[in-house]
Design a protein around this ligand. Structure first.
Ligand SMILES: [Zn+2]
Length: 342
């Protein structure tokens, strides 16, 4: 870890920019960290909170003082964290499953706290996860705080995408995290004891999301599940529409019962396959994610016209976006399976 500034692998430009703003005293009162799931947003938010309060007073967190350590464990009175998970805490499972957006109550509770002076640290830090799920009312409430934040408070919003947050984006310093280079993910996995060949495969699959890859090595069952799911998706391409509708129905049911992230993972996996087909068809096969399935990709890519592959790849991304915008899961998923190129 020691050779990585702030104990973060990758995102060097973001860390450098934050450290520079700390040195020059131009820290923003609000940040928005965006990027796909598993890319490192949560860790960067935590490191920024630590950096702003570290007892060493340098331009980064020492990760060793009592403030850094307690924040790391989530036990510091001046660090408040909210998001879909805290909103659902304490609810009955079925009610928690129905939660789709961040509500005004969650933001209000968070705001009540913001006007308090720091208990012991220099700044009070507020991290709000899943900011793309703020509903309109909550978003408006949020804007008020962003316009006039107390001088000793720093807000860190964390979001998968910024498309729904235009007014909020304009009031925050935006750090858009990008996927890490594949070799960086692979070498980090190797440093953590993953054999080289496996590390290379996982790094390819991860699409540059180190957090995602680390989670996979901790939960080997998920690897098997990924293989199974990809097999099921590829099979769908050759099956009847009714098989597709059954698949859509199952996913919609998962979505409604609180397994939203699992449905997003399905769509992401599916999109990775079509993006690979696109790369293969266009002659850039070295960039594919599913490196272990190259021969299959070659065969499949030959079956479609390039524009059709491109269109469907984009459509899968749009379907995910529609779900995030609260589209009806059954309709969104049925439409996408009906549009599989034949
Ligand atoms: Zn420290």
């Amino acid at each position: 870890m020691s050779n990585h500034p702030w104990g973060i692998v990758g995102h060097e430009w973001a860390v450098a920019q934050l450290a520079q703003s700390m040195r020059s005293g131009s820290v923003a009162h609000a940040y928005l960290l965006s990027g796909v799931a598993g890319i490192g947003k949560t860790l960067l938010a935590l490191r920024l909170a630590q950096a702003l309060n570290c007892r060493t007073g340098q331009d980064g967190p020492c990760l060793n003082c009592s403030v850094c350590r307690r924040m790391e464990r989530g036990h510091h009175p001046d660090l408040r964290i909210a998001g879909m998970a805290t909103q659902a805490a304490g609810l009955k499972a079925e009610d928690a499953a129905r939660q789709k957006e961040l509500k005004i109550g969650t933001v209000r509770e968070w705001q009540r706290d913001i006007n308090l002076r720091p208990y012991e640290a220099q700044r009070r830090i507020f991290i709000l996860h899943d900011a793309e799920r703020l509903n309109e009312e909550a978003s408006n409430a949020m804007l008020k705080t962003l316009e006039e934040p107390p001088p000793y408070a720093t807000l860190i919003l964390v979001a998968h995408s910024t498309e729904l947050l235009q007014t909020i984006v304009s009031r925050c310093r935006l750090l858009r995290l990008r996927p890490l280079p594949r070799h960086q993910v692979a070498s980090t996995l190797e440093e953590r004891g993953v054999p080289a060949e496996r590390a290379a495969l996982l790094a390819a699959w991860s699409g540059g999301r180190l957090g995602w890859a680390l989670q996979l090595i901790e939960q080997p069952d998920n690897l098997a599940r990924r293989e199974e799911q990809l097999g099921e998706l590829i099979a769908l391409h050759g099956q009847t529409a009714s098989a597709g509708m059954r698949w859509a129905e199952q996913r919609a049911k998962e979505y409604r019962t609180g397994e939203q992230e699992s449905v997003f993972a399905w769509l992401e996996l599916w999109q990775s396959w079509w993006r690979d087909l696109l790369l293969t068809a266009a002659g850039y096969a070295e960039g594919v994610i599913n490196v272990d399935r190259r021969p299959e990709l070659e065969r499949a890519a030959a079956r479609y016209a390039l524009p059709a592959i491109h269109r469907f790849t984009t459509r899968i991304g749009q379907a995910a976006q529609q779900l995030r915008e609260n589209g009806n899961p059954q309709l969104v998923l049925e439409q996408i399976v009906l549009q599989i190129p034949r």
